[in-house]
Design a binder for this molecule. Structure first.
Ligand SMILES: *[C@@H]1O[C@H](CO)[C@@H](O)[C@H](O)[C@H]1NC(C)=O
Ligand SMILES: [Mn+2]
Length: 618
């Protein structure tokens, strides 16, 4: 009995003491928080230090209130967003890393191009084959090479929060060259504020042959001496990017995971903008601007801050120009984070817990391809946001061809991955993918139930919502009447892009019913489009060209009359007509004459999708 009472008493004392400490904590924290809010003195023990104030971006604050895609309770800059997601005592005080000094006389300093003397050209070509970049040039450049500060002027003045979370850098590689891999590592060490850099995790996805020599024990011995903890993990067999990244992520000890490619160079101030966005809202996935390191000369070339990520019907990731709509949202401020519909996928930061909450990666995907779009759609549709921090620049060696082998064949793997992505996330718009790429229909997608369950569990929005709210400029039209081939009544032939590029004439040939180059969409905006090109005519007699869709009507507006079956070019009033005898593969534009050569059928396998609106529209 006595024991029992004593125990209860002890418990009470412990509870009370804890309570007192808790209250003290809260008081201290709230005082401290006021400091963060900017009411306190600045953190100025060094003239060059970034000031201890959060990045309060008035523009985005106003924006957030009127914008329906944000959940206000989780958003808002500064403290509210922060205290809900990161406890201040887990964050770190930091200072910008010192500028990497130029080593005079070394090739490639300040990001300059390296030119190989003619007598070494044979050797250069020999070495080029190993990695599909100029390895000889790379080997001549210091691992610590200096770079110029490529940021916009406004970025250099930006103030970031005084306290930021730590990050682990995860770098996956397969058969990587020594100098590019280690230059990536050194650029991270040299240009990241040290308190924020928890560790670097290198994941060797089963490098083979000559690569195994330097990427084995030699690498482990080398990284053991580096001034930052660097771990080398290895997959047992070739696992591909996705599974190797998951292995790396599993060992992450920092609060944020930053994925980098293995042939990158981080520039001055690259990390702070990424971490700052996440500390404001942990459901933000942030990419740097990916600059170009020339595969020929290793010159550092700044990329545009006016491009964002999109995708085409084939589900290839593509860079497109940022539309005016997004520039307006940012009030014309090019240093403000850019909301991008998709990301390239190689380089980004994400909160570690959020990475798992949102479903990490689709483990049913193989080797490479599609995972970046999958994550992009998932983040947007399931309540997160995807941004490019235009003040963060990381260079990447872009290659003209891949040096990697794809067990099972590149096409098969990419089709498999993209088909999974289409099945899980694209809803009815998956038809655009299957129609333009009919080969994907026969590739087994495997079991996707775990991913569809995830979509259900996270209560993700529809792809229509994504197209309406995040990517109205998409090449996949939001509203379309028809998707399929366009057949001439008289000749029985079909319109065909012949695989031609923007600026070329559209063609016509026998109907093969396989989709591909014969698939067109007729959209609510009166476009006749194939992937990112639209039928376009600039005179009443043609020619009819494929031109990159601009969405502004004009020369790209066509009116299909279901009853007459004519396709009338709105600007000129001319009718799309079957080819003349002069060129049997070239449809033309002529004055309308009601003959069968001007009648077209859009009804093969596909349904009219928005018939009601179709009539309203006219
Ligand atoms: C890079 O610079 C650091 C000092 O900033 C030095 O310790 C290190 O040895 C250098 N690394 C190489 C490979 O030159
Ligand atoms: Mn790469």
């Amino acid at each position: 009995m006595l024991h029992g009472k004593l125990r209860i008493h002890t418990c009470r004392v412990i509870l009370l003491t804890s309570l007192v400490w808790f209250i003290i904590d809260v008081i201290v924290l709230s005082f401290y928080s006021d400091c963060i809010g900017g009411a306190c003195k600045k953190f100025d023990d060094n003239d060059n230090t970034i000031v201890a104030e959060p990045l309060i971006d008035e523009n985005s604050f106003n924006e957030k209130q009127e914008d329906s895609i944000n959940e206000p309770q989780n958003r808002g800059p500064g403290l509210e967003g922060m205290s809900q997601t990161y406890r201040p005592n887990t964050l770190k005080r930091w200072r910008p890393a010192p500028v990497v000094p130029q080593i005079s006389g070394r090739p490639g300093e300040m990001g300059k191009a390296v030119h190989i003397p003619p007598e070494q050209e044979t050797l250069m070509k020999e070495r080029f084959k190993l990695n599909q970049f100029n390895l000889l040039a790379s080997d001549m450049i210091s691992l610590n090479r200096s770079l110029s500060d490529v940021r916009l002027g406004g970025c250099k003045q930006k103030r970031y929060p005084a306290l930021l979370p730590t990050t682990s850098i995860v770098i996956v590689f397969h058969n990587e060259a020594w100098s590019t891999l280690l230059r990536t590592v050194w650029s991270v060490i040299n240009r990241s504020p040290r308190p924020l850099l928890k560790e670097i995790i290198l994941v060797d996805d089963s490098s083979e042959g000559v690569f195994a020599d330097h990427l084995g024990k030699k690498l482990e011995d080398y990284v053991a001496k580096l001034p930052v903890p660097v771990h080398v993990l290895r997959t047992e067999k070739r696992s591909g990017l996705i599974r190797a990244r998951l292995l790396g992520a599993k060992h992450v000890q920092g609060q944020i995971i930053t994925f980098l490619d293995a042939h990158c160079e981080c520039t001055e101030g690259w990390l702070e903008p990424l971490l700052s966005r996440i500390v404001e809202d942990r459901k933000t996935v942030v990419c740097p601007i990916i600059d170009v390191i020339s595969d020929e000369t290793f010159e550092y070339i700044t990329a545009s801050d006016m491009t964002w990520g999109g995708f085409n019907w084939k589900l290839n990731f593509r860079w497109y120009r940022v539309p005016q709509r997004e520039m307006d949202r940012r009030k014309g401020d090019r240093t403000a984070p850019l909301r991008t519909p998709t990301m390239a996928g190689g380089l980004f930061s994400i909160d570690k817990e959020y990475f798992y909450e949102i479903g990490s990666y689709d483990e049913g995907m193989d080797i490479w391809g599609g995972e970046n779009l999958e994550m992009s759609f998932r983040v947007w549709m399931c309540g997160g946001q995807l941004e490019i921090a235009t003040c963060s620049h990381v260079g990447h060696v872009f290659r003209k061809s891949t040096p990697y082998s794809f067990p099972g064949g590149t096409n098969r793997i990419v089709n498999h991955n993209n088909a999974r992505l289409a099945e899980v996330w694209l809803d009815q718009w998956k038809e655009f993918y299957y129609n333009i790429n009919p080969g994907a229909r026969s590739v087994p997608v495997g079991d996707i139930s775990a991913r569809t369950d995830l979509r259900e569990k996270l209560q993700c929005k529809s792809f229509r919502w994504y197209l309406e709210n995040i990517y109205p400029e998409s090449q996949m039209p939001l509203d379309y009447y028809y998707l399929g081939d366009i057949r001439n009544v008289e000749s029985k032939n079909c319109l065909d892009t012949m695989g031609r590029k923007s600026g070329d004439n559209v063609g016509m040939t026998y109907c093969h019913n396989l989709g591909g180059n014969q698939v067109f969409a007729y959209t609510k905006r009166q476009q006749i489009m194939s992937d990112d090109n639209c039928l376009d005519a600039s005179s009443r007699t043609g020619p009819v060209k494929l031109v990159r869709c601009h969405g502004m009507g004009g020369n790209q507006a066509w009116m299909y009359d279901e009853h007459d079956r004519t396709i009338v070019h709105v600007n000129t009033g001319s009718c799309l007509t079957k080819p003349d005898n002069s060129d049997v593969n070239l449809p033309v534009l002529k004055a309308c004459n009601r003959e069968e050569g001007q009648q077209w059928i859009m009804n093969s396998d596909f349904r009219w999708q928005a018939k009601k609106n179709h009539n309203d529209e006219r």
